[in-house]
Write a protein that binds this ligand. Sequence first.
Ligand code: NAG
Ligand code: NAG
Ligand code: NAG
Length: 373
Amino acid sequence: MRALSRSMMVGIFITFCFSIQNSTHRRQDDGQGQRDSLFSSSAIAGNSNGNPDQLPGLQYDFYREACPEAEFVIRKTVQDFVTKRSDVAPGLLRLAFHDCFVQGCDASVLLDSREGAPSEKEASANKNSLRGFDVIDAVKERLEHLCPLTVSCADIVALSARDAIFLTGGPFYPLSTGRRDGRVSRAATAEAQLPSPFDTLAAILAAFNERGLHQNDTITLLGAHTIGHTHCRFVQSRLYNFSGDGSPDPTMNSTLAESLKLICPEDDDEEADMDGRTKLPMDFGGHDTFDSHFYQNVVEGYGVLYADQQLMASAATANLVVDYAIDSDLFRREFARAMVKLSSVGVLTGSQGEVRRDCRRLLEDEPTGLNGG
Ligand SMILES: *[C@@H]1O[C@H](CO)[C@@H](O)[C@H](O)[C@H]1NC(C)=O
Ligand SMILES: *[C@@H]1O[C@H](CO)[C@@H](O)[C@H](O)[C@H]1NC(C)=O
Ligand SMILES: *[C@@H]1O[C@H](CO)[C@@H](O)[C@H](O)[C@H]1NC(C)=O
């Protein structure tokens, strides 16, 4: 296990406070009303100079009295899974991202569909590809034994991603807790709001910006692609006849294009890949560890996803990519800061929402007989 020196912790904590100052905003609704417009700029504007002591109900070590073991149990459970399967860490990171991006970090992504009402899980960006639900369930089960109805699923998602990053060699960041679980989860909302790997850079920057994540935060968060895999169907169009002249995407390094063509043949039928048999590392040639190799790749035209490679398309974004490619420590610091910011997007706190017993369903949807169990 990696040890954190005290001075490092202090440094991280200072970074943390600074980022909180710039990131949090208060949600005014009660978690049950109209939430689709939650990320309108008005919901975020005007809070950039907030005092770090006035978080929207989030507190450092929120569970210190009600469930002092909570963070330890989460860390331990995530560690058990991460050591067993290599897809767990990137899966938990993506889960947190997909949660926070749609209606805020409220665990809405964990809810199963109700009859006639498909949940976020059914959106195309999530269906058959989102992972980590088993980890969250295992954590929640342990916590329900220790301290029933206390630790929110939203906090479990945010803390599990934090721990997964750290366990794969990424930075550690203290995270405030006290998030509450949302009561709304709609497939259509996720469908409309989650960015796609085919999106233009402008569209991606705009989508992040709506959630209070500015250009540099976005470039930094895309660095999450240092771990994890994608599939041929998300890359195929870049390899063959990209702009109708029979050649690959000119922004892709030709050496990479040749390598990927071998892995993803043109006539590969998409169905065969639907189960994700062909796994392409998004950080091609990198290790399964958390580092800034991804940015070195992007500089050399080795970005596997169109969305990633576009970071080199404008000077405004390319400068920071080059900075990160050169300075891995800078990336780690900024990534920690950006994750804190992402983890506080649109949170429910105080008496908003609820704390679920089972992360997959609302309290009101629990089968009778479970209550009081
Ligand atoms: C490439 O795409 C263009 C336009 O869609 C089409 O006319 C052409 O036949 C394609 N070429 C190949 C080699 O598939
Ligand atoms: C393509 O990749 C090679 C390394 O494989 C690198 O030396 C070269 O500079 C890259 N080309 C461009 C245009 O970035
Ligand atoms: C974003 O990153 C670039 C490149 O490092 C830097 O010049 C710029 O000042 C940063 N912008 C902000 C708002 O931090």
